[in-house]
Design a protein around this ligand. Sequence first.
Ligand SMILES: Cc1cc2nc3c(=O)[nH]c(=O)nc-3n(C[C@H](O)[C@H](O)[C@H](O)COP(=O)(O)OP(=O)(O)OC[C@H]3O[C@@H](n4cnc5c(N)ncnc54)[C@H](O)[C@@H]3O)c2cc1C
Length: 372
Amino acid sequence: MKSEEKYDYLIVGSGLFGATFAHEMTKAGKKCLVLDKRDHAGGNIHCKKIEDINVHWYGAHIFHTNDKFLWDYVNQFAEFNRYTNSPIANYKGELYNLPFNMNTFYSLWGTKTPKEAKEEIARQIKHLNIGEPQNLEEQALKLVGTDIYEKLIKHYTEKQWGKKATELPAFIIKRLPVRFTYDNNYFNDKYQGIPIGGYNKIIDGLLDGCEVRLNTDFFEDRTKWLSLAEKIVYTGKIDAYFDYRFGELEYRSLRYELEVHDTENYQGNAVMNFTDAETPYTRVYEHKHFEFGTQPKTVTTKEYPVKDAQNAEPYYPVNDEKNMHTLKKYQDLASKEEKVIFGGRLAEYRYYDMHQVIASALLKSKNELKNE
Ligand SMILES: Cc1cc2nc3c(=O)[nH]c(=O)nc-3n(C[C@H](O)[C@H](O)[C@H](O)COP(=O)(O)OP(=O)(O)OC[C@H]3O[C@@H](n4cnc5c(N)ncnc54)[C@H](O)[C@@H]3O)c2cc1C
């Protein structure tokens, strides 16, 4: 550390990436300062307590992983419950189990065996004559046939993306979960759950012993922050770091509408997807069900896609050719910033699940310590 530098690491962003990196470095005896422009730590996994219920403030978050090491890592900070994600699809009031499985097929067609269900899908696909799928519609039809496509995929996807399914690339839906077992568990991973008491417990545990300054935007005094530490970990938007000189990277965004209901149980499930075209929102979360809550009231969030996402919260990167081309230019600049480590979903412009972002922060902190 030079004499004017007070910290080994200045970490911009207290989301899972920043907090995990800070934790590992603090454990190794390094001095870290974590900044966040929001009024809370934790980034998008932050929970707010409303009616004694942990509300997932930036959308439903379910932790899942196949990696025992990562599962044990998060379990250091909070005990996890046995929550299993089993969303319900609501199509004009008809209810279906997700992901597409034998229960869904039975409700749609009355098929009782995998053979019957496969035959029904094959019957629907036969007349379509789809070769190599050219767009999302063709891809989905080829995988699950017309009924599931029309009722459970088409309108939901079009609402999400604000585009016709025929204008969306096929790859978006390549890994559509389809199961020929009676299994409503959305994820295939070995480990899954919600931290009892909410995600803030994990962030508090990760940031324990670190200095954190909230309501502090790195860009408001960039020169000062850069001079304070030997190295910077930057987890904000990569295009913002370089003053948008090659233009803005696009994101899909969401808007949330919170409601408190004076009833104990509103929809009987944590996640309900609205798959028709008429309902303007895509999902309704009932937060208490993530933790099997028994509070007298309940809190729900309606999730709406945002049409003009430019000034909205950046949620999902749009990894199309144009954006990836722009990203490459920013990455070239980033690789020349010797003092700065770029990490996390915004700085890398890629979708990360929680376990993946933790794995990435662990790897980068390990490399950092190795290279000392
Ligand atoms: C709607 C939605 C649902 C999701 N559901 C799941 C799920 O069910 N399961 C799962 O595993 N993952 C889920 N994820 C992914 C999960 O949210 C991410 O993996 C994780 O939050 C990424 O952490 P991060 O630290 O990279 O980014 P973030 O959480 O976004 O943290 C970045 C932080 O940097 C701060 N920051 C940015 N710029 C500045 C600046 N200039 N100055 C100071 N601070 C700044 C921000 O305020 C923010 O706090 C979901 C994501 C979304 C969008």
